[in-house]
Design a protein around this ligand. Sequence first.
Ligand code: ZN
Length: 385
Amino acid sequence: MPIYNEVTLAKELIRFPSVTPTDAGIMKFLAKKLTAIGFKCKILEFKEKNSKPVKNLYAKLGTLQPNFMFAGHLDVVPPGNLKDWTVKPFNPSVKKKHLIGRGANDMKSAIASWVVAVSKFVSKNKNLNGSISLLITGDEEGIAINGTKKVVEYLKRRKEKINFCLVGEPTNPNKLGEMIKIGRRGSITGRLTIIGTQGHVAYPHMANNPSNTIVKILKKLKEIKFDEGTKNFQATNLEVTKINIDNSADNVIPGLANATFNIRFNNKHSSSSLKKKLNAIFKSITKKNKSKFKVEYMVSGEAFLTKPNQTTYMIQSIIKKMTKIKPKLSTTGGTSDARFIRKIAPCLEFGLVGKTMHKIDEAVSLSDLKKLTNIYTNILENYFK
Ligand SMILES: [Zn+2]
């Protein structure tokens, strides 16, 4: 049975130009590597109207319980301006003890570490006291509708039991070992339109300027004190991201005003409780100003928290042992695919240092990569002890 090397495997993965949602053959490649160490692999392709088909992989070793799953994505963001890179983004190379290439950080290297950890673990443990599985998607950096979300539905339909899931996204801000994520804030975007009445700027009494209304509303939104934060979460925060009044004339009161805002919220709220609160504000202010409103909401995820359990603390103590840093249990940052997986299994996220993700010359330190493999190997050994 082959034992893999994390630098070699990370390089091999980076060589596939799998810019979301393009597969470029990478799922098949990984499936082959996993099959060689005993996994049963299923490539799941999903598509929907108006979206490109996406390949995903569910791989499993063993049939017994408990089933420990690792989740991640093999799609990457576009490289940006190629001239700014010091290497070719899909032709990785090592410079100053760092592996550079698109996906080196987010998150092909962490997948390489996990696969190497598994290859080491199974070569020593022929009779596995449970199962190890991988959920790998090609649709995390994009619209995320044909990826993990659909694989989770597939696993649910097959009544596949997952006892714990480790998501390998980069979670550490500066140093390996600083941060485990045990939950994520929710995210909701609102696109608000205020409908007034267009008119001559010299005759405002014959028009209804929606800019007055939208300014009042946005001021009110920013003044809302949603909460003070909780033990595990930052305070809920709203940011206005766009204000737009499309008007080509200087002597016309516009008929419409638009604004977009985003709220990152903790688990004291849900997207529906927030919508209710906001709609009440829109209603009362537009009523007073005799205008109308329209609002469109997009929810990218609800807030969630996995209450730390035995496995969480086991992983935390392994990380502390290997890095000499006690990782914080945090819920900061953006959303991740854990928002889908937590519906079928308790989730925890731990991966590399995220400093260079999505950037030019995305890189991973070779020593971090090796340490991460050791951490993952130790987690497997302890979980199946
Ligand atoms: Zn990622």
